[in-house]
Ligand binder design. Structure first.
Ligand SMILES: O=C(O)C1=C[C@@H](OP(=O)(O)O)[C@@H](O)[C@H](O)C1
Ligand SMILES: C=C(OP(=O)(O)O)C(=O)O
Length: 456
């Protein structure tokens, strides 16, 4: 933009109000009674954004039933549209919004800029698609997104012969100079900072001339279930994928079949509601819980009993009940020592649960969540300790010693899961004010409405 000496400052309709009326934040409601709630949840972010990419690369139009409509999925739609994909919204057949028909481009075209927001799935899954497009595509995102590691994706594409400019070396913003084709072949990359480096390459790999033989070289690999999810979505579209040994994946080249898919509810977004049953007492049920799934949120069924929860499955309904109250009126929540390397995205909500337990908890295997929407280890320590908590950061985890908490401000750091964690703490502690509950729009724009429904 050319700014001349005489230009007026850009008109900001909220400018004055922001100065005089600072956002008061969201006063988290305290649970006044035991819960008895049955909830349905919108579609999975991880499934929606994988299916969007695969549908855009497929050999014909695909329909997504009950996809997630949220900031992350809409950024993915915008990104793929910018590369030439067409989308048609269709009346819902269930779920929380329209269905979506995805019509692949005849030829993917770059010469565009893609806004990733704070979405890891957009910044790591779309660059290979941009390399398959003709022309340069520049990627950028929120301030927080520029702090998220991109080295795995960038190095992986470079090793495949793709030309990229990354002035900030391994971080946004960067430009992919797409030539319309990727030769493919053997690649090594270190995905210890994020499994999404692997998923991003696997999702596009069937469109590489020689497919992909990918090896992870780092010492640890977080969020394995998310890689399993990627493999499963590829297989559903007729792609041959093998994993002959841990940390190695082979994708054969070939057409990506156009299929209609129903998106499962987001089981990781079930976490705050299910945890609420233990903090408030009573029970919370989620309907539409799939029989089998690759979503890591399904592990809540095994994880919550470690804290004393009673979990039942009846048909498509998962119910979590609080344990018996203790003789002195305590919640009866137990502390738990857990390796959460597979389930990093559940950590913030489980930390809130551990803060109300009757003994300490230690969560390990989660150093990589320092690179999520914010440094989640530092953020959880700062916010809980700010309310009187006793949380300590470990090399690759957290130790949570329950302590009496008091009300006060809770910063979300633009992180949806920090915001929902503040809501959980606020159920049990009067006066918790979340500064940015709107950040839940990243994956669950209906969060406050569902929270109120749960408490009604
Ligand atoms: O592929 C995905 O859909 C995701 C992978 C995981 O990322 P990391 O491997 O970076 O933890 C997870 O935490 C994130 O919420 C979603
Ligand atoms: C880490 C997360 O998101 P992203 O897909 O942006 O990595 C998350 O949702 O917890």
């Amino acid at each position: 933009m050319l700014i001349s000496k005489y230009s007026e400052p850009e008109f900001d309709p909220y400018g004055d109000r922001r100065e005089t009326e600072p956002d008061p934040g969201w006063l988290a409601p305290v649970a006044e009674k035991a819960l008895d709630s049955v909830l349905a949840l919108p579609g999975s972010k991880s499934l929606t954004n994988r299916e969007l990419v695969l549908a855009a690369l497929a050999d014909g139009p695909s329909t997504l039933h009950a996809p997630l409509w949220s900031r992350d999925s809409e950024l993915m739609i915008d990104a793929l549209r910018a590369l030439g994909t067409s989308f048609e919204r269709m009346p819902a057949t269930g779920g929380f919004g329209d269905d979506l028909r995805v019509i692949p481009a005849d030829e993917l075209l770059g010469s565009t800029t893609i806004e990733c927001g704070l979405a890891g799935t957009v910044m790591r899954f779309v660059p290979p698609v941009a390399a398959l497009a003709l022309g340069p595509t520049t990627f950028d995102g929120d301030e927080g997104a520029r702090r998220r590691p991109m080295g795995g994706s960038i190095d992986g594409l470079r090793a495949l012969g793709v030309d990229l400019d990354d002035d900030r070396r391994g971080a946004l913003p960067f430009t992919v100079h797409g030539t319309g084709r990727i030769e493919g072949g053997t690649v090594e990359l270190d995905a210890s900072a994020s499994s999404q480096f692997v998923s991003g390459l696997l999702l596009s790999a069937a469109r590489f001339e020689r497919g992909l033989d990918l090896r992870h070289t780092g010492e640890r690999l977080p969020s394995l279930p998310h890689i399993e999810m990627t493999i499963e979505t590829l297989r559903q579209r007729g792609i041959e994928v093998a994993s002959p040994e841990p940390g190695r994946w082979i994708v054969e080249p070939g057409p990506i079949r156009a299929v209609d898919v129903a998106i499962e509810p987001d089981l990781s977004n079930a976490a705050p509601f299910l945890v609420a049953a233990l903090v408030a007492g009573g029970s919370v049920s989620i309907v539409g819980w799939p029989d089998t799934t690759t979503q890591v949120g399904a592990q809540l069924e095994q994880l919550l009993p470690r804290f004393g929860a009673i979990v039942e499955r009846a048909g498509d309904r998962l119910t979590v009940r609080a344990p018996e109250r203790t003789a002195d009126g305590g919640r009866g929540i137990r502390g738990a020592d857990l390796d959460l390397s597979e389930a990093g995205e559940l950590v913030p909500n489980l930390v809130a649960l551990a803060a109300f337990a009757d003994g300490p908890s230690t969560f390990t295997g989660i150093g990589h969540i320092r690179h999520h929407e914010t440094d989640r280890l530092a953020a959880l320590v700062a916010e809980l300790n700010g309310l009187g908590g006793d949380v300590r950061e470990l090399d690759d985890g957290l130790q949570i010693v329950p302590a009496p908490l008091h009300g006060g401000p809770w910063r979300a750091y633009a992180d949806h899961r920090m915001a929902t964690t503040g809501a959980i703490v606020g159920l049990g502690v009067d006066g918790v004010i979340v500064d940015d509950i709107g950040s839940t729009s990243k994956t669950l724009p209906q969060f406050t409405a569902l929270w109120e429904q749960m408490l009604a």
